[in-house]
Design a protein around this ligand. Structure first.
Ligand code: SF4
Length: 229
């Protein structure tokens, strides 16, 4: 593959049963992100430099053909990287499924990936309601996130929407506001609320979260809201 001189990949997790629903996969961790979420668990990946070129990642993946179902592109933010579409094309040629974990801030790239049938599953992070989005993510990218959400809802790509819960950042009413947005755009899938992992290094050195501050049964919604670790 041409154009692989730079090293966009921070590291590779060679095997996971947890990150691609019902599939065996590896994870390519992309260095760099256009957000600075206060609770981000991956400061090294967000702030650090990549160590592997796309070609090196592809060389690894060739050794996993017939051993894994798919590849998770995570990070950092995979959709920001020049040539990420070319990389995905090469992965698909190997017959591997592709899941992307994304903050949804590159809707044009996402649209191409959807239209060219290059991705098989998407985990879309819904960081915060509009009034808290900037303070939690240190970005002004809410409208781009909404574009990505609408693109996915109007596509045939299986996807999930998920939010990381930290008791100092999001409260019950915030979750209700986010559910209202999902319902407004006719999202029909499950909405996953992920517990913040305490005692983990974060970008902002945020304190531990008090768990179980969201009462799922009190939320006003027809969506399936799922609490998960
Ligand atoms: S949690 Fe936020 S800062 Fe960290 S990788 Fe995801 S989008 Fe980027």
């Amino acid at each position: 593959m041409r154009g692989d001189v730079a090293k966009p990949i921070y590291s590779i997790t060679p095997f996971t049963l947890l990150d691609y629903p019902h599939k065996t996969a590896c994870i390519l961790w992309f260095a760099g992100c256009n957000m600075r979420c206060l609770y981000c668990y991956n400061p090294d990946i967000v702030l650090g430099k990549g160590k592997l070129s796309f070609q090196e990642a592809l060389n690894f993946l060739k050794t996993r053909i017939n051993l894994l179902d798919g590849v998770v592109l995570s990070g950092g933010e995979c959709t920001l990287h020049k040539n990420c579409i070319k990389l995905v094309i090469e992965i698909k040629k190997m017959g591997l499924l592709v899941k992307i974990d994304t903050n949804g801030t590159a809707p044009k790239i996402l649209e191409t990936l959807i239209n060219e049938k290059l991705i098989d599953y998407v985990a879309l992070d819904f960081k915060a309601p509009t009034d808290k989005f900037e303070s939690i993510t240190n970005s002004k990218l809410y409208s781009k996130f909404i574009c990505s959400l609408k693109l996915l809802i109007n596509s045939n790509i299986p996807f999930e929407v998920r939010t990381t819960l930290h008791s100092s950042l999001l409260v019950q009413n915030d979750i209700q506001k986010m559910i209202n947005v999902l319902e407004k755009f006719d999202y029909k899938g499950s909405y996953y609320l992920q517990k913040f992992m305490n005692d983990t290094e974060t970008l902002a050195g945020i304190e531990n979260s008090i768990h179980n501050t969201i009462n799922v049964s009190s939320l006003n919604t027809k969506l399936s809201v799922v609490l998960r670790n």
